[in-house]
Ligand binder design. Structure first.
Ligand code: PXL
Length: 279
């Protein structure tokens, strides 16, 4: 059987564990072929480091897409995340149009910010573009900051509690046409996880775990990489979210125990075996 392929369109940050340095090992550990299409090369990610380098790779994107098309390569999933410039968003949108087949799962992580703040390199025009790109997705995985931006409401006005999370996930579904996995969603005290609206079943479900009382950088990328891998392997949306929630929790627990600096991301490498074992 052909090992399923995932086109992963993200930046490559040399240090700090996020985007491609997370997606490649996780998808590989899950038995999938990750085909990276880097949007930019940075020395570190932008969350917590000063003076990072940023090599914009916008011009490479259509060239890579053209070459892949000439080779007639198809993908079981297209997974996009952090993008380097406004013009890249249109290119990713073209990539989805050109490479999507009826069986392709398109996962757009609408990366724009966290903790109520927009990332340093994301302009208002990029946030608008991200919302347009997300409209092409089968599945989106916003955190609360990104949900507020997509819904055009202030972060502090988001509805609260489990019913609030349900409402957010459902309101983001474009009238039930796309699946939504709202990350960092808590259904009660001491809990965290995801709230999933599944466009295939029309059901909304909370996937929860005990919260590790600390913040970590890059958990969104770990989460969406596992979710994408599990969906490609045929899991339902709630089952894929369960695998992602459990893996992020294991990583967070280990990173907290080791007392590692938040900006270095989660210490996931020693835990990759948890993913290889899954069917
Ligand atoms: O984890 C999202 C992300 C990806 N890539 C870069 C980032 C961030 C978040 O800060 O800075 C470069």
């Amino acid at each position: 059987m052909l090992t399923p392929r995932v086109a992963a369109i993200h930046d490559m940050s040399g240090f700090g564990r996020c985007s491609l340095t997370v997606a490649i090992p996780i998808l590989s550990a899950m038995g999938l072929q990750c085909c990276p299409l880097p949007t930019a090369f940075l020395s570190t990610h932008t969350g917590g480091f000063e003076g990072f380098t940023f090599l914009d790779m916008t011009e490479e994107i259509p060239k890579v897409a053209h070459h892949w098309k000439s080779l007639d390569i198809s993908f079981h999933a297209i997974y996009s995340g952090f993008l380097g410039s406004e013009c890249q968003i249109g290119m990713v949108s073209d990539f989805i149009r050109d490479f999507r087949s009826p069986d392709t799962i398109v996962v757009v992580d609408p990366v724009m910010g966290d903790h109520g703040r927009v990332y340093q390199t994301y302009t208002p025009a990029m946030c608008e573009g991200t919302a347009r790109l997300a409209a092409q997705a089968d599945v989106i995985t916003p955190n609360f900051t990104e949900a507020a931006l997509l819904l055009h409401i202030p972060y502090t006005d988001l509805p609260a509690g489990e019913s609030g999370c349900r409402e957010i996930a459902e309101r983001l579904s474009l009238n039930g046409r796309r699946s939504v996995v709202l990350t960092g969603a808590s259904a009660g005290p001491g809990l965290t996880g995801a709230m999933c609206f599944d466009a295939k079943t029309g059901q909304t479900s909370a996937i929860q775990t005990r919260r590790v009382p600390q913040e970590f950088h890059g958990t969104g990328d770990v989460f969406t990489s596992v979710l994408t891998g599990a969906l490609v392997k045929g899991a339902s949306l709630p089952d894929a979210a369960r695998q992602a929630v459990d893996f992020v929790r294991a990583c967070a627990e280990r990173t907290a125990q080791e007392a590692l600096p938040m900006r270095e991301g989660v210490d996931f490498e020693p835990l990759l075996g948890l993913l290889t074992a899954k069917p």
